[in-house]
Every structure is written in structure tokens, then in C-alpha cells.
Design a protein around this ligand. Structure first.
Ligand code: PEP
Ligand code: MG
Length: 581
């Protein structure tokens, strides 16, 4: 049994067979063969072995002629491994006797060999292990060839273990078959993490290298509550986690009973509790859990899940589905936040050195006005069907806000000329997610109907820490005092200007932090649908004066660490059932 620690991004526990996806996106499923297919499959294995041997020999000759025999010998060593009788017999035995597919037999055997080298713990032996992984990759390339399947086409439940999953790949995961996932890289606030929460799939990222320790079909546990994975768990551990799964079910059933009740604090203050969504189908769970509207609809996922650029009609269909389902509750549609880690099927700009500081979000929309107008037309058309509010992301300067509003006004004029109905009084807001927006907030507030604080980016840009990088994950601190001061300044200005403000970053969905927000004066929170019951429970368990006292204490502290510890202690005293397992 091996237990490994990463970063928890989506809670819950998944227990199941591993589906390993290596660097090149190969899936190595554990597939069994029909008895009468064994001969053909052995033949396929031999052909792949032969093809790989020919490739290696070609490389050997070419390198030897260019650089000399000494370099050619590297490939000769590969050839020796590939032709090793014992190794060949082991692979063939798994196919012949256990009826494993050749892909699985190859991967299992070669990974076992590589692991022996890795355990010797020397640079020289680590290189030999890499040689073996290389041979595995080459064989899989020939064996899987065109049969490389998409993750979206799974047919049995698995736990996905991958080097990385991009947000667009995560968006295509089917929660029916993907019980959970873990990745070697990635940060806690990445969009992959946010999608995992949206899909309610237990997930852990930023594990560091671990794929070499696991083979497809091994039993694994993803513990999304503690950011842990357990490879080849023993019976006792499996039993303990099965019990935890049951506990999760009981607690969430108890919390679901709150769906019909208001998010009202002990002293009678009403909190507006809305949901963040990425996909239209999520509205069902928002309604079921009693969300008071959609506080953030991340529309860029329409692009990330699609193979073709969405048309105006595609946008319109998605927005009308959401607004109709929400029956009179408001739906805040955020215009495209593409770029950085969220790219569609084709890049919309040049490759960038600093994508999070580059052509992302509103900047990208303003540089691709046709794309922007297409979306705005669809949003406006859908606004005739229900209560839509429109929000621009990542606004940093007044010029950007004015340009975005000017494109919106043009599109409104076009629709009016064409006689197409839309809500002419549509509320227009902006996200506050860069420090520049906070510094200028009094001016911005004169030109918008509402603001929503996006702490995921605000933290990243305030502390200069990439939200998507596991190596600086410990520096990404949501409750750093500097971030709290920026939130506080925004709230004070918004109260003075009498402009509605909500908080839609992930901070809102963490009970200990949400308690702090209530103390700061926040009265509208937007959280992933799965967290609505917990946050409602929090609101119903605390009083605003108590939260204010907690906030006063927290603001005297100077580090995120102190504040975090303090808030968790306070939460444990007030609502212990909301403290993570
Ligand atoms: C944020 O930055 O806090 C936010 C809500 O937007 P996103 O996570 O989509 O960048
Ligand atoms: Mg953001």
C-alpha cells in the first residue's frame, strides 16, 4: 500500500480501478480477451514488438553513423531489453494464461521492471528505468495506434490517474464512469479543479510524480477530502474508506433537507446564496439544493467542451436553458473568460510566456470582437426569456469597461433595428479580480449596476502566485491579510455607492472563510452547487455580530497561516459538523 499527498480540489472519496493516462494521453485499460481471441492478440503483440525493434534499429544505425558507435549503443541496449527472453515470456504468459490484453500485459510488466530500477535510487538506474518507460511507450504506440480512445467514451467506472488534465479534458469527463481523478501537476484553484467540483467528482491534483508506481486496473482510493491517494490499499483501509463514503452520504442527505429553508443567520439576516455553474445541466442540482439564482455562469466552458466554435444559436440554446430552468431567479452570465489555462479547440492568440498576464478574458474578447458580439447577441436574446444579468470578467481599467459596454450598446442597437426582443434594462456588472480594479473601485462603481469579487484571481494577482502551479501552491493563500484588505475596500466602497456586491470566488464555498466574509459585511455569496447545503448550514448556524467579532480578531493578525488556524478553530466551536473529516 502506498499513500501519497497532493492538493485536495474536490471533496468526497472514490474507490475503484485505475485508468492510467500517461504523458502522451495513452489510456491503458485493463481489458480481458475472449479465449478465441488469444492467438490473434499474441500475433498483434509480436508484430508490435517487431515494429518497435525495427524503429530502434533504424535509430541505432542513424545515430551511430552521425555520432559514432558509442551513441548507437544506447539504442542497442533498448533492443536488448525488448528482446530479453524472460521479459518476453512474462508478457506472453499474461496474455496466454491470464487473458490480459497485450497493452495491459506490456504496461504491467515493463512498469514492474522499471520500478525495480527506480527503487535502486541512483541517477544511473533512474535512467535505465526511463529507458524501459520509453520502450513501453513505443509498444503502446503500436498496439493502441488508432485505437486510442477518448476519455469521454468510457464504458465502465474508473479512477483516472493522469499527468495532467486540461480544463477542456476535465469538462468532457462523464461522472457516471469517472469515479474520481488524481493528477501529477496542477494547483488547487485551477479551472480543472473548479470543473471537478462542478461535476462533483472527488479529485486531487499536484501529486508530483506517481504514475510510475501504478498500473491500469490496480485498485486505488482518491481521498478528495484530505488531498490523498492510496495505491493498492489493504483491506482495512478499504473498509475505513467505505465507511467514510457512507458518512458522506448521511451528512449530505441531512444537509439536503435544508433546501427549502432560507440562508438566514441566527440574528435574522438574510444571505443571498446563489450558485456558480460551468454547464447548463448543472441547473438541476442548483434547483434541487435551493440556490437563489446563478451568481456566476462561466460561459467559456461552452467552448472548452466543443470541437467546433459555438454559433450564436449554440450560445442562445445554452443560456435559454439555464434562464428558463431558473424560473424568475436571476442568472448572472459572465462573458467569455477564455485564454490562460482555458483554451478552446484552436488558440485565439499567439503562444504566450505569461498566459495569466496575457491575452485572456475580457482582453481576448475585445481583440476578437466578432466572437464577443456573437456571445452578446445570444445573451441579449436570452434576456427576453427571464432575469439575466451580464458581467464582464477581469476588468482592470476604465477603458476596458467602457469599451466592453460600448460593444454591448452597439449589439443592443442592432437587435433593436432587427426587431429582436431583449431586456433593454439588463443589469451590467463587472468582476473585481485584479488589484487595479480595487484601487479604482469608486470610479468603476459609478458605471456598473453590480460587482462580484472573484477571489481566485484576486489572490493570484495580489500575491503574484500562479493559481495553477503546484510548486507555489503553499504561497497561494486565500485569506492573506492583503487580500482581505482588498475585499474590505471593495465592500466599503460598494456600500457607500449603494451598489450590489457578491463574492463568487472559491473563498465563499469554504465554511470557515465564508464565516469571515459574513463578518466583513458580505450578504451575497455564490458557490459551487455541491456546496450550497454546507454554506446554508453555516449561515443558519452563526450570527452576524459573532462573525463581525471574528473578523475584527482576524484583521489584527498578520499572516494567512494564523488567520486560517483561527478561523478553523472558530468553525469547530460553532459548527463542528462543517469541519472537514
Ligand atoms: C475568480 O477569479 O474568483 C472567479 C470566480 O473566476 P474564475 O475562477 O473563473 O477565474
Ligand atoms: Mg477569475
Amino acid at each position: 500500500m502506498i499513500a501519497l499527498q497532493g492538493i485536495s480540489v474536490s471533496s468526497g472519496v472514490a474507490i475503484g480501478e485505475a485508468l492510467v493516462i500517461d504523458y502522451e494521453g495513452f489510456r491503458i485499460p485493463r481489458r480481458f480477451l475472449m479465449r478465441d481471441a488469444v492467438d490473434d492478440e499474441l500475433q498483434r503483440l509480436s508484430s508490435a514488438m517487431e515494429a518497435v525493434a525495427e524503429d530502434i534499429e533504424r535509430n541505432r544505425v542513424s545515430i551511430a553513423s552521425q555520432l559514432g558507435e558509442k551513441y548507437g549503443a544506447i539504442f542497442a541496449a533498448h533492443l536488448q531489453v525488448l528482446r530479453d527472453e524472460r521479459l518476453n515470456n512474462e508478457i506472453r504468459h499474461l496474455v496466454l494464461e491470464r487473458h490480459y490484453s497485450p497493452e495491459y500485459a506490456v504496461s504491467r510488466t515493463l512498469r514492474r521492471y522499471a520500478k525495480v530500477f527506480l527503487e535502486l535510487d541512483s541517477a544511473h538506474h533512474a535512467e535505465r528505468a526511463q529507458d524501459i518507460f520509453d520502450i513501453e511507450r513505443s509498444l503502446l504506440y503500436y498496439l493502441l495506434g488508432l485505437r486510442r480512445e477518448e476519455l469521454s467514451h468510457l464504458t465502465s467506472p474508473v479512477v483516472v490517474l493522469a499527468h495532467n488534465l486540461r480544463p477542456s479534458e476535465t469538462a468532457k469527463l462523464n461522472p457516471e464512469f469517472v469515479l474520481g481523478f488524481a493528477t501529477e501537476i496542477g494547483g488547487g484553484l485551477s479551472h480543472t479543479a473548479i470543473v471537478a467540483k462542478g461535476l462533483e467528482i472527488p479529485a486531487v491534483v499536484g501529486m508530483g510524480e506517481f504514475l510510475t508506481d501504478v498500473s491500469g486496473g490496480d485498485l486505488v482510493i482518491v481521498d478528495g477530502d484530505h488531498g490523498r491517494i492510496i495505491l493498492q490499499p489493504d483491506e482495512e483501509t478499504i473498509a475505513r474508506y467505505r465507511h467514510e463514503v457512507e458518512e458522506h452520504r448521511t451528512i449530505s442527505a441531512r444537509l439536503d433537507e435544508l433546501a427549502e429553508l432560507p440562508a438566514q443567520t441566527q440574528d435574522g439576516t438574510l444571505i443571498r446564496l446563489a450558485a456558480n455553474i460551468e454547464f447548463p445541466h448543472e441547473v438541476a442540482s442548483c434547483i434541487q439544493r435551493g440556490a437563489e439564482g446563478i451568481g456566476l455562469y462561466r460561459t467559456e466552458f461552452l467552448y472548452l467542451g466543443a470541437s467546433e466554435e459555438p454559433t450564436e444559436e449554440d450560445h442562445f440554446q445554452a443560456y435559454s436553458q439555464v434562464v428558463s430552468a431558473m424560473k424568475g431567479h436571476s442568472v448572472v452570465i459572465r462573458t467569455l473568460d477564455l485564454g490562460a489555462d482555458k483554451m478552446g479547440h484552436k488558440p485565439l492568440g499567439e503562444e504566450e510566456h505569461n498566459p495569466f498576464l496575457g491575452l485572456r478574458s475580457i482582453r481576448l474578447s475585445l481583440k476578437n470582437v466578432t466572437l464577443f458580439r456573437t456571445q452578446l447577441r445570444a445573451i441579449l436574446r436570452a434576456s427576453a426569456l427571464g432575469q439575466i444579468e451580464l458581467m464582464f470578467p477581469l476588468i482592470s481599467t476604465m477603458v476596458e469597461l467602457r469599451q466592453a459596454k460600448s460593444v454591448l450598446n452597439d449589439v443592443m442597437e442592432d437587435l433593436a433595428e432587427e426587431g429582436i426582443p431583449f431586456d433593454a434594462d439588463l443589469k451590467v456588472g463587472m468582476m473585481v479580480e485584479v488589484p487595479a480594479a480595487v484601487m479604482m473601485i469608486d470610479r468603476f462603481l459609478r458605471e456598473v449596476d453590480f460587482v462580484s469579487i472573484g477571489t481566485n484571481d484576486l489572490v493570484q494577482y495580489t500575491l503574484a502566485v500562479d493559481r495553477d502551479n503546484k510548486d507555489v501552491a503553499d504561497l497561494y493563500q486565500t485569506v492573506d491579510p492583503s487580500v482581505l484588505r482588498l475585499i474590505d475596500a471593495t465592500l466599503k466602497s460598494a456600500a457607500e455607492a449603494d451598489v450590489f456586491v457578491s463574492v463568487c470566488g472559491e473563498i465563499s464555498g469554504q465554511p470557515a472563510f465564508a464565516m469571515l466574509l459574513l463578518g466583513m459585511g458580505v450578504r451575497a455569496l455564490s458557490v459551487p452547487p455541491s456546496l450550497i447545503p454546507e454554506i446554508k448550514k453555516l449561515c443558519r448556524s452563526v450570527s452576524v455580530p459573532d462573525c463581525e467579532a471574528i473578523y475584527q480578531c482576524a484583521m489584527d493578525m498578520e499572516t494567512a497561516g494564523e488567520i486560517k488556524t483561527y478561523l478553523h478553530e472558530e468553525l469547530r466551536k460553532t459548527v463542528p459538523e462543517l469541519v472537514p473529516f
